[in-house]
Design a protein around this ligand. Structure first.
Ligand code: FES
Length: 576
């Protein structure tokens, strides 16, 4: 058996003469000023996901310097390389539309270049999933680090966090409770430092899940972006990347079915973002592992929410950091974990937990006996409206709306929603159900975070705070409300959601996990016969959008491109 090639000999450009390829490569890399000695070291790639548009990644340049220091102290040669980056507010039409592009970029750059291991630096919502997806497929030793959460802001003595408080203050502004001056003042205080959203949004959720998955150094998820500790974490990550290269510990030995179950368990226990189930499904899909949504729901029935963080609770990520970070959560979950899963340190999750800082007095992470919410944060719904499933973040919903039958008020698209939601003539009452169609993976396209349908202005001004809302869209992890999401199949491909009409009755029954359109089958069959797909846009005919429209999977499959996912050979979680 031949020894795998390492360092400069890896992944040579093909000229039909390997020695010439190496000769040429060394000639060019020497123009970067490297010595022969440096070029003999293990080469550690570092993804540079900095962009002037991405404040969540503002600290990436200094983190890269710290990672490089760690790599060199451990005897490696660090080489940074760019990948695309994504920020939630700077990725039209929606960052989800571009997640797979970043995953492809990451995978192919890891494959193309001579890296013995790679440090993946992510943070903002889609970057961590994209990096993990790319690393899973490239299967070169890899270690993830996140930029870390922002510190909180302050408005008239009240702590503020992006972007739960963005929504709360915007809702107050829509309801005319605060004026232009105050909303502008709040706008300057919501994101007071570099880093990712500091509530339990998608970025925080994915960081904690990635640590539970074993792809990050223990303790790495919750360290705030601007603390010196974050830099030390970066240095340690760089040093560990050199060891990973020598040990050839690859992602497929870390992101195993056991590790994926740990990540799913943590997602439920932290009351995490609904987006994370789509992302973890996509990451698992790269490894040939399917996520069984019904088993995930059963896992949720035995996994209470333990973490008291906004948007459902009161604390922020810096409080979780001060409470001991993920280790405090894992310690509570220990009886439910697969503690033998190997992590990026080479040790198991259980071994690392035994080494973690001892428990301390804190109020952020509850015990299993005294949880924040008796079940996991996310419930999976089925019924004639969602044959392939839908989800609801039950821990962020109104208790009184969890069993509700109401009249549908339908919006056919995002444009229709924007046009009519605040129209005084809109026939809508607080007990109605707002239904949004054509906002799924192909419908919008990109499955935007439009599921948080605003309360119609006239109802908001009358004091209505929550209504049942449903769609095939996603929702920001920082949002809250009685909101059914990810209805699958989506309406744009003819899922039953496409057949809902104004005035139909719909039943949402979360305790029974049901989502039913109360229209008889004969009427539905007649509607189905009349249905036709939304007209294709001329933009669908070329480029990345053509690839996207032809190959993106449905929400329950992770919204990856069908040709990137591996064949599913097993399903998790294995919960009976
Ligand atoms: Fe980047 Fe919230 S916008 S984490």
């Amino acid at each position: 058996m031949s020894t795998p090639k390492s360092g400069m000999r890896r992944n040579l450009t093909a000229y039909g003469d390997e020695e010439f390829s190496l000769f040429l490569r060394r000639a060019f890399i020497k123009a970067m000023g490297y010595t022969d000695d440096a070029l003999e070291r293990p080469i550690i790639g570092i993804t540079n996901t900095y962009s002037g548009f991405n404040a969540c990644h503002r600290t990436v340049p200094e983190l890269i310097e710290a990672v490089k220091r760690g790599v060199m102290l451990a005897g490696g040669l660090p080489v940074e390389f760019p990948t695309i980056t994504l920020h939630e507010s700077f990725a039209h039409p929606t960052s989800m539309y571009l997640r797979n592009l970043m995953a492809i970029d990451t995978e192919e750059m890891i494959r193309a270049q001579p890296v013995d291991s790679v440090v993946l630096i992510g943070g903002c919502d889609k970057t961590v999933p994209a990096l993990l997806m790319g690393a899973a497929s490239a299967n070169v030793p890899a270690i993830l680090m996140v930029t870390g959460p922002m510190l909180t802001g302050n408005h008239h003595g009240e702590r503020l966090g992006a972007c739960t408080d963005c929504r709360r203050f915007w809702a107050r502004y829509r309801a005319a409770e605060i004026d232009d001056r105050e909303i502008n003042e709040v706008n300057s205080k919501l994101c007071p430092t570099a880093g990712t959203c500091m509530v339990m949004g998608t970025a925080s959720t994915m960081a904690l899940c990635a640590e539970a998955l074993g792809m990050m150094l223990p303790g790495g998820a919750a360290i705030p972006a601007v603390l010196a500790e974050r830099m030390r974490n970066a240095e340690a990550t760089g040093a560990r990347a050199v060891a990973l290269a020598k040990e050839r510990l690859r992602p497929d030995r870390i992101m195993t079915p056991d590790a994926l179950e740990n990540a799913l368990r943590v997602l439920l226990a932290v009351g995490g973002s609904t987006n994370a189930i789509v992302h973890l499904t996509a990451v698992a899909g790269r490894l040939g592992v399917g996520i069984d949504l019904d088993a995930f729901d059963r896992m949720g029935r035995e996994t209470p929410v333990l973490v008291d963080l906004k948007p459902t609770g009161q604390h922020y990520m810096e409080d979780l950091y001060n409470a001991g970070g993920l280790a405090t959560i894992l310690r509570e979950l220990k009886p439910l974990l697969r503690a033998d899963a190997v992590t990026v340190t080479g040790k198991t999750l259980g071994e690392e937990l035994a080494k973690a800082q001892p428990p301390r007095e804190q109020t952020v992470v509850h015990t299993l006996k005294d949880p924040v919410f008796r079940e996991g944060g996310i419930a999976v719904l089925r019924g004639n409206l969602a044959p392939d499933g839908a989800i609801i973040k039950q821990s962020a919903a109104s208790e009184k709306l969890m069993q509700h039958t109401g009249r549908a008020v339908v919006f056919d698209s995002l444009e229709d929603l924007a046009l009519r939601i605040d129209d005084d003539a809109l026939d809508v009452r607080a007990e109605d159900i707002l239904v949004l169609k054509n906002a799924g993976p192909k419908g919008a396209p990109g499955m935007p975070e439009a599921g948080y349908i605003p309360i119609p202005r006239k109802l908001a001004q009358a004091g209505v705070k929550d209504m049942v809302r449903m769609s095939d869209a996603r929702m920001s992890g920082t949002a809250f409300g009685s909101i059914v999401l990810h209805i699958s199949p989506e309406s744009a491909v003819g899922g039953p959601l496409a057949l809902v009409e104004n005035g139909d009755r719909i039943t949402l029954d979360v305790p029974r996990r049901r989502l039913e359109l109360l229209v008889d089958e004969a009427a539905l069959a007649a509607r189905r016969a009349r249905w036709h797909a939304p007209a294709a846009s001329k933009d669908d005919a070329r480029g990345y959008r053509k690839l996207f429209m032809h190959t993106v999977q449905q929400a329950h499959e992770g919204c990856d491109f069908d040709f990137l996912a591996a064949e599913v050979t097993m399903r998790v979680p294995r919960v009976v």
